[in-house]
Design a protein around this ligand. Structure first.
Ligand code: ADP
Length: 245
């Protein structure tokens, strides 16, 4: 069963169809890229999947269940996590405390320090393990503002993972990250356990073709085509519309 499936998904802003008739499926363990020119509707599609926007048409199923009418918080609690294009971290907090707070949030008690769980060894052990998985363990106690930007973006992924998602939607995880750090960032994404399905928006074609196992191409709100990196790389329509070759 697919982790996430859309059928005929669309949204209009006035008369403008930002996303139209999108049939997308994300398989378990996917490392799937969503590419397309600026304004193609990629972020809008992620906003539809996470429940920030209500669709004007179509449906969304998660692990077989119709979630089209679910609000964003219910989708998040049921295993759908995302990151944003822009940095949403607290600059004066350390990575360790940021992750502990995110773990506490997942436990449904609000991120407040005086509750016992937040100070528990279990929360700190879990936070350390998560930071190690994202290669942030040596930076656990450095204030976020002092981290290299690529590490900050990794920390955002760590915060999303603290919710223990089954599906992770990454909106340009490498945006603004220098080239020498973006490869490592995607190495970490590639190493995530296979029980997490990942859909990522990325503009850098080198990264897309290195890390995606499947690519969906969105143009003017519609899926132009979808396939393996080899198929997409050889598709003349994609070259014409997107790669400009
Ligand atoms: P991409 O992420 O592919 O660059 P977006 O999803 O951000 O594209 O935007 C797709 C189109 O939808 C753009 O033309 C954008 O201006 C429009 N759009 C996105 N959100 C809104 C909104 N809330 N109201 C009106 N138009 C919007």
């Amino acid at each position: 069963m697919s982790a996430l499936v859309t059928q005929g998904l669309g949204i209009r802003f006035g008369a403008f169809h930002a996303v139209a008739d999108v049939n997308l499926s994300l398989e378990p363990g996917a490392r799937q890229a969503l590419i397309g020119p600026n304004g193609a509707g990629k972020t809008t599609l992620i906003n539809l999947l996470t429940g920030i926007y209500k669709p004007s048409a179509g449906s969304i199923r998660m692990n077989g269940e119709d979630i089209t009418a679910w609000p964003a918080d219910r989708r998040a609690r049921s295993g759908l996590a995302r990151t944003f294009q822009i940095n949403t971290l607290f600059p004066s907090l350390t990575p360790l405390l940021s992750v502990v707070l995110a773990i506490h949030e997942r436990e449904g008690q609000g991120a407040t320090w005086w509750r016992p769980f937040c100070r528990s060894k279990a929360a700190f052990d879990e936070a350390h393990a998560l930071l190690a998985r994202l290669r942030l363990d040596t930076l656990a106690d450095v204030p976020v503002a002092e981290l290299p930007y690529g590490k900050q973006r990794l920390l955002e992924i760590a915060l999303a993972l603290a919710a223990r998602p089954r599906i992770l939607l990454l909106d340009e995880p490498a945006a603004g990250v220098p080239e020498d750090e973006s490869g490592e960032l995607f190495d970490v994404i590639a190493e995530l356990p296979d029980d997490i399905s990942v859909l990522f928006i990325e503009h850098d074609m080198k990264l897309v073709f290195r890390f995606a196992r499947r690519i969906s191409v969105l143009v003017a709100g519609r899926v132009l085509t979808e396939g393996s990196p080899a198929e997409i790389g050889h598709d003349p329509r994609v070259r014409e519309v997107y790669l400009g070759k």
